[in-house]
Design a protein around this ligand. Structure first.
Ligand code: VG1
Ligand code: CO
Length: 543
């Protein structure tokens, strides 16, 4: 065993963002950089002597090297067993599933999710706790603090572990089990959904496409959709995970998943299309010439949950992140369920699920999930939709139109301004904050403003408070305008502008969201001076 002296914190003074540590690969490749984070994590998480650690990642460049360092450090620090996905692969929801199933102490997940991969792109690491969920803020803060006072790290001198074959290996006294990355997750999916009904649907000529975007869900989708459920060969596109994600940007939205979008809006469009992101925790749902917003998707899943065997007894409650539209709130209200509004990031849902307060959770950023694991889960959402389609035997578009007739339509859009100068981005939010006192009671976009604030959340389970989670302009009719800075980028700043308005009248449900929200979009630009302060005249991505 070796002890190595290290002094600088990998966070470089920046507190942890939405999900763990994300930096350029070249930064992670610096001597002792990754090791510092891993040792700080081990120093922060309590007594794990004799326990199990789960390790795996989305397969991006530097995944394998990182896993070898982590395993040698886990052995030196006193873990007695490590479970690793074959070839170093574990999707984020599969890692969560395995931590729970095998009662591991926790897990290290290697991913920068939707960020691009390759030697000049991004890498990331985060710690998940024994419940299978992302470390809550008190743990991420403790990890951060330990990176500041760390003096050394422990690592064993040993040969690299063979990650390519399943089996059990000894690593300086720690047992490393290289496990099938898909099997446990696939078994969990089979226990929730009506696979026979989905198999019948797919055998009946129902055509679908799933775009894995050359990222981690390829092996999972191929095994489950084409293997177990009998979808036609070729249903899964871009199914082979690549270290650089094929040069693409595995963010399942209308801009970056354009190959799938072209198919779904083409002459031969199949009935159903879906895509997932780099680490497999997000989903985009499409019908024939139809896009389902993630906020609406959560609402539809909640309204139809009892059609799925795993939720046949009903759901306990629903939670959504603050910028997510209130469509799910309307379903919860009609079902007599509680609906919770949390800050952005999955870690806030964990306490609510552990306490049995909610079953389904979702974010507007294409993240949906349930208490089957403690992460959002892309393929789970796809199977949920397939289960609903198999039972209802209607098109995706018809299901949405009926949903809006019943609950009204929450027109919704997110505008992202990526790679903006950080000072300019901060100034945009400040510009709105400066008007917090003068805006309420005035009209904007033909609506009366009721309140302006910085969103703050008090966790109903442990009482912890998270402040400054988004600048809000709220209107009397329920419309909202929200400004937030991304916490997951690695260069410059990304401004996210979220817009929502509610329409009860079903004769007005057929509009394009950008048209329906046009006055709100213009008003948001005026009130924030976004164009003047950033020099941008249009968003990078519109969802
Ligand atoms: C984004 C999304 C957020 C999501 C987070 C992590 O964060 O907006 O909803 O939870 O990514 O998702 P931000 O701070 O950039 O807005 V993932 O798929 O990277 O684990
Ligand atoms: Co992700």
């Amino acid at each position: 065993m070796r002890t190595q002296t290290v002094l600088t914190s990998p966070f470089e003074g920046q507190r942890p963002g939405t999900s763990g540590l994300r930096k350029k690969v070249r930064v992670f490749q610096q001597a002792h950089y990754l090791a510092n984070f891993v040792q700080a994590t081990f120093n922060a998480i309590g007594d794990f002597q004799g326990q199990t650690l789960v390790v795996g990642g989305d397969g991006r460049f530097y995944n394998r090297e990182a896993i070898q360092i982590i395993l040698k450090m886990a052995a030196a620090n006193g873990f007695t067993r490590a479970l690793v996905g074959q070839c170093g692969i574990l999707s984020t929801p599969a890692a969560s599933c395995i931590i729970r199933k095998y009662k591991a102490y926790g897990g290290l997940i290697l991913s920068a999710s939707h960020n691009a991969a390759g030697p000049d792109e991004d890498f990331g690491i985060k710690y998940n706790i024994g419940s299978g969920g992302p470390a809550p803020e008190n743990v991420t803060e403790a990890i951060y603090d330990r990176t500041l006072d760390i003096e050394r790290y422990l690592i064993v001198d040993a040969d690299d572990v063979d990650l390519d074959h399943t089996g059990s290996f000894d690593l300086a006294g720690m047992q490393v089990e290289v496990i099938d990355a898909v099997a446990d997750y696939a078994a969990l999916m089979q226990s929730i959904f009506d696979f026979d009904a989905i198999r019948d649907l797919l055998a009946s000529g129902f055509a679908m496409k799933f775009d894995a975007m050359h990222a981690v869900t390829g092996p999972y989708a191929t095994a489950i959709l084409e293997g177990t459920l009998g979808a036609a060969a070729g249903t899964v596109m871009n199914g082979e995970p690549k270290e650089d994600f094929g040069g693409g940007h595995p963010d399942p939205n209308l801009t970056y998943a354009h190959e799938l979008v072209e198919i779904m809006y083409g002459d031969q469009a199949p009935a159903f299309g879906a895509a997932s992101d780099g680490d497999g925790d997000r989903n985009m749902i499409l019908g024939d010439h139809f896009f389902v917003t993630p906020s609406d998707s959560l609402a539809v899943l909640a309204a139809n949950a009892t059609l799925v065997p795993g939720y046949a007894g009903g759901i306990a409650g629903v939670a959504r992140s603050m910028p997510t539209s209130a469509a799910a709130d309307r379903v919860a209200e009609s079902l007599g369920l509680d609906c919770y509004e949390t800050p952005t990031g999955w870690k806030f849902f964990g306490n609510l699920m552990d306490a049995g307060k909610v079953t389904l959770c979702g974010e507007e950023s294409f993240g949906t999930g349930s208490d089957h694991v403690r992460e959002k889960d892309g393929l789970w959402a796809v199977l949920f939709w397939l289960n609903i389609l198999a039972v209802r035997k209607e098109s995706v578009a018809d299901i949405l139109v009926e949903h809006w007739q019943q609950f009204g339509r929450n027109y919704y859009s997110r505008h992202d301004y990526e790679g903006v100068d950080s000072a300019a981005a901060t100034a945009v939010l400040q510009q709105v904050r400066d008007q917090f006192d003068s805006l309420p009671g005035t009209q904007l976009a033909g609506r009366m403003i009721s309140t302006c604030d910085d969103f703050s959340y008090t966790d109903p389970v442990d009482g912890s408070v998270s402040s400054n989670q988004g600048v809000r302009v709220l209107f009397e009719d329920g419309s909202r305008m929200i400004f937030r800075l991304s916490g997951t980028g690695t260069s410059g700043a990304t401004i996210r502008l979220y817009l929502e308005s509610y329409e009860a009248d079903s004769s007005k449900h057929g509009l394009d969201a950008q048209d329906a929200l046009a006055d709100m979009i213009a008003a948001a630009g005026a009130v924030s001076q976004l164009r003047e302060l950033t020099g941008r005249d249009k968003p990078t991505v519109i969802t």
